[in-house]
Structures are given as structure tokens and as C-alpha cells.
Design a protein around this ligand. Sequence first.
Ligand SMILES: Cc1cc2nc3c(=O)[nH]c(=O)nc-3n(C[C@H](O)[C@H](O)[C@H](O)COP(=O)(O)OP(=O)(O)OC[C@H]3O[C@@H](n4cnc5c(N)ncnc54)[C@H](O)[C@@H]3O)c2cc1C
Length: 347
Amino acid sequence: MQDLYDVTIIGGGPAGLYSAFYSGLRGLKTKLIESQEQLGGKVLLYPEKLIWDIGGHPPILGEQFVKQLIAQAKTFKPTMLTSTKVDFIERQGDLFVIHTAQGEKHYSKTVLLAVGGGIINPQKLTLEGAEKYEMSNLHYTVQSYKRFVNKDIIISGGGNAALDWAVELSPIAKNVTIVYRKDTLSAHEATIQEALDVGVQIECNTTITKLSANPDKTAIQFITCENSRTNQSYTRQIDEVIVSHGYNREASLTFDEAIAIPKKDDYYFEGKATGETAQPGIFAAGDILSFEGKIHLLLGTFQDAANAVNSIKTYLEPTAHRHAVVSSHNEVFKEKNRSIIENSLSK
Ligand SMILES: Cc1cc2nc3c(=O)[nH]c(=O)nc-3n(C[C@H](O)[C@H](O)[C@H](O)COP(=O)(O)OP(=O)(O)OC[C@H]3O[C@@H](n4cnc5c(N)ncnc54)[C@H](O)[C@@H]3O)c2cc1C
């Protein structure tokens, strides 16, 4: 049998990563399992975005924020697995057996679900041959602004993400055009106005119907668009195509019959702000958890994570304190503080 853990965290997004840190702080033997190759969850979808709304933190790029979250999560050396999808969880007596798609079994006294919006993948362009351009100039996320400097860009989609990208890229691009199949965009009015103010061209009732390759067939050189109102189409040369059509959510994991957790909207778990679910021993944090007053933002994931870990601690050790002592009084930081101070003095 594999090692037995106090807590196994499913999901390595912000909620899971902060839970891993906090769980170490509370002295729990911790394992984290993430299905993707990389840790970071949904923040990996916006590496170039500046995040402004984290308390006490200056604006920070998504990419940098993920690096810092991972470094913090490793503070107490939890076991961390990536590229490992949890499929099924069952209860065996007092323990949980966590089965993965890879056929492994993991054993834990408690489970902390931090699976966010589930395993999400962008909705792909369904045009023939589109996938072969994903290695060149067909993008489902903006990984680096540099690539788009002085480029002629077409963005397909009418939601907030599409319009946000248009606004961000417009000052550095040669030209940005939004095409959207419906007659009104679904993004916030203020963002649409911002896009218009920075010179983004917006074409509604318009769909990309054809991608045509450059002579060596490595990239898209021309796109054909059709207007559903006028039935007219046009073909134009472009440098980069960004598709922002939302995400498909892959059903994440299942439980044995003995584990029933009420759900909201068929997906999100109903629970308490303390991270408890209706199932003793199973806790939740971050976007997956629904309760009154929930904040579906990064700052909400951190509060959820601390609450869920504190609940786990008292579930496992009923006489333990409900909260961890603040970091300045916490024994576990004493040695680390000393080495940080010594380092700063030696500079
Ligand atoms: C485009 C965009 C911009 C945003 N901008 C901001 C912002 O500016 N400020 C802000 O505060 N918030 C922002 N958010 C929201 C923020 O990113 C989320 O609230 C946060 O990522 C939720 O974290 P989470 O850990 O709960 O879930 P997620 O980030 O979704 O992470 C869940 C993780 O669980 C993994 N997982 C799922 N199922 C399994 C399984 N069965 N086995 C193993 N692993 C699994 C997934 O692969 C994923 O890595 C934004 C979100 C988006 C989409």
C-alpha cells in the first residue's frame, strides 16, 4: 500500500497550491495531485495578464504569480504529482482511496477538492485542418505579447476575454479586428467602449469560414469571413488569429455511491464557508465550492483554502486549535526567518 496521507488535495490551481502551503503550516502530511502537466490552474490561461486585485500585492503577471504560488506551496515539502488525473474516490472504512486515470491508488485520511472549474479546454475552431496551425499562428490563449507586435490580428469571439485581448493588443498591434457570430457582443459594455476607443474594429454577425495557408503551408495567411445578415463574404490577409469561444469543461471525477455531496448547477459542490461538505472527511476550496457569500476570485480561493485546512486539522485532531497562529508567532517560521534575515544582512 502507498503511504497514508493526512490530506490529499485534488487540483493544483491557486486553491490547491495555497492549501498545500497551509496544510504544511498546520503540520499535516500532504499530497497534491494535478491532472495537467503544469501547476497553476486557470491562471495558466492568462500568463500575460496583470492581476490587480490581490490584497497587498502590486499588479503582477499571471505567469509570475503562478511561480510564486508554487514556490510557496513547496515550503513544507508536500508530495506533489502532476500529469495525474483523479478519476474516482471511494471510502474504505476511515480512509479514502483515490484512483487515478493512470491506474494508481492513493490513500488518505481526508480529501480536499480544489478542482476549480474542472479540467477546462478551449473550444476549438471547427474548420477543416485548423489544428495544424496551432503550432504557428492560430491561438487559443495569448502566451506572449511580443509575438503580436506590429501584427494584423483577427480575434474571433464576443465575450470579455476576446475584448480584453483586443484592448491589450491594440496598442502594440498594426490592426485588431473582432469578428463575432451574433449581432451583439456579450462582453461588458465598458470593455466594448474601451475597445472602440483604442481603435479595435468590430464586425458582428460575422464568422470565419475558411483558413488558407501560406505557400509553405505552415501558417494561416488568409481568412475568409461571412456575414450572416448580408450573406456576403470577404477574404483578407492576416498575421495572427486568436479564437476565444469559451471553454469545454471535462467532467472531473466521480465518487462511490456512499459519497454523496449536494451540487449546485450540476457541477459545483454545495458546502460551507468552513470548507466542509455534506460528506465527513471530504472538504473543498476555491471555485468548485459554493456557499453564500462566496467570492469566485483568487482572494476567495485563499480564504477557502485556509478554512478548509483548519477544518481538516480539527477533523483529524478534535482538540487542535481552530486556527493556525499568525506567521510571526509560528514556530515553523523561526528558522526560515533567521536565514532570510541573515541573507539580507550579508548583502
Ligand atoms: C480569463 C480569466 C481571468 C481571470 N482574472 C482574474 C483576476 O484578475 N483576479 C482574480 O482574482 N481572479 C481572476 N480569475 C479567476 C481565478 O483565476 C479563479 O478564481 C482561480 O483560478 C480559481 O482557482 P481554483 O484553484 O479554485 O481553480 P482552478 O484555477 O480552476 O484550478 C483547478 C485545478 O484542478 C485541476 N483538476 C481538475 N480536475 C482534476 C482532477 N480530476 N484530477 C486532478 N486535477 C484536477 C485542474 O487541472 C486545475 O489545475 C480569472 C479567471 C479567468 C478564467
